[in-house]
Design a protein around this ligand. Structure first.
Ligand code: CUA
Length: 347
């Protein structure tokens, strides 16, 4: 090999090393960035705000501690095996090999696993239903939104529930299409919504706040955009919210713009899919819109409920949430303005 060939060979291997370390650096930074960005918004199971979630968080810490101890012991043994001198190896290593394998490889793991199983089965009691829930809420999963029904107060809404803080709430879960799963990371364990069957779960929120619930069972294209808000607040505020939700909408508005908006609603495809109680609109395919303006989000927790997103959603919901059942609407600016104004009057 000539000197030039050797130089170019060393040069290329040096370039490889530089490339590899750059790749590692980029990959490492990307991983840290992904972790930090996901950590910032997502509700964490390690920040429980209710008794059921607190038990699950405790289970997580117990399992994490046991796993860490086992990991450290195994690494120590591996290090011992790798770095002990040959003379020690010739003597047969740690004590009598068979005893060591029997105790360290079978007995101790069996005790740990049985212990963990007993503890985990004990935690399953968090899924059992309290005898006397303060409130019952029925959730019906749809691709990709949550129908909400309060059976004792007998009204329907969507994608947002309000519950009194500090009280056990019973949830009855079912699905209108495929399997979904109800999960509030900070409040309770996951429970599936199955078509043709009613499952139950319960939760208590110890502190007031807005908790994010997510669908935890892959259910199609927009599975990641199937969110529900759990608003935990004082009993008086829940009572006021329930009283408002139970009311029907105004049958005939007085404002001429709202009258125009309502006529556009009745005269277009909206009326076939949505219900506005108190009016002729009684469609069952999409969310109930009787109090759409009082909800915090649009598209099942995807967007803030404001004029911009509401207009965009009406004109072309497919661009915002591809695959959902809402077709595009062809409206001129004047009609869109009136329709949005009417929907925003539905407080
Ligand atoms: Cu519904 Cu995933």
């Amino acid at each position: 090999m000539s000197a030039t060939e050797m130089n170019s060979c060393q040069g290329s291997s040096a370039r490889h090393v530089v490339h590899r370390s750059r790749f590692r650096l980029t990959f490492g930074l990307l991983a840290i960035n992904l972790c930090l960005s996901s950590c910032s918004n997502a509700p964490s199971v390690l920040e429980p705000r209710g008794p059921a979630a607190a038990q699950l968080a405790q289970l997580w810490w117990v399992l994490f501690t046991i796993a860490t101890i086992v990991f450290v012991i195994v690494l120590a043994l591996l290090g011992y095996g790798l770095f002990r001198s040959r003379r020690q190896a010739g003597n047969g290593g740690i004590g009598n090999g068979r005893w060591f394998v029997g105790i360290g490889g079978a007995l101790i793991p069996a005790l740990v696993l049985v212990g963990v199983m007993v503890y985990t089965v004990g935690i399953q009691s968090v899924l059992s239903t309290p005898a006397d829930p303060a409130l019952t809420i029925q959730l019906i999963g749809h691709q990709w939104w949550w129908e909400v029904y309060y059976p004792d107060q007998s009204f329907t809404t969507a994608n947002e529930v309000h519950i009194p803080v500090g009280q056990p709430i019973l949830f009855k879960l079912t699905s209108a299409d495929v399997i979904h799963s109800f999960w509030v990371p900070q409040l309770q364990a996951k429970m599936d919504l199955l078509p043709g069957q009613t499952n139950t779960t319960w939760l208590t929120a110890d502190q007031p706040g807005v908790y994010l619930a997510e669908c935890a069972e892959y259910c199609g294209l927009q599975h990641a955009h199937m969110r529900l808000l759990i608003v935990a607040e004082a009993q008086e505020r829940v009572d006021a919210w329930v009283a408002n939700e139970k009311k029907a909408a105004v049958t005939v508005p007085t404002d001429p713009v709202l009258v125009q908006g309502q006529q556009i609603f009745f005269g277009s495809a909206c009326v076939y899919c949505h219900t506005i109680r108190g009016t002729v609109a009684s469609g069952q395919i999409g969310p109930d819109l009787t109090h759409i303006a009082s909800r915090r989000t649009l598209g099942s927790g995807m967007f803030e409920n404001n004029t911009g997103y509401l207009s965009g959603w009406i004109v072309n919901a497919q661009a915002l949430k591809p695959g959902n059942k809402m077709p595009p609407m062809y409206l001129n600016a004047d009609s869109l303005h009136a329709l949005v104004a009417y929907l925003q009057s539905l407080q």
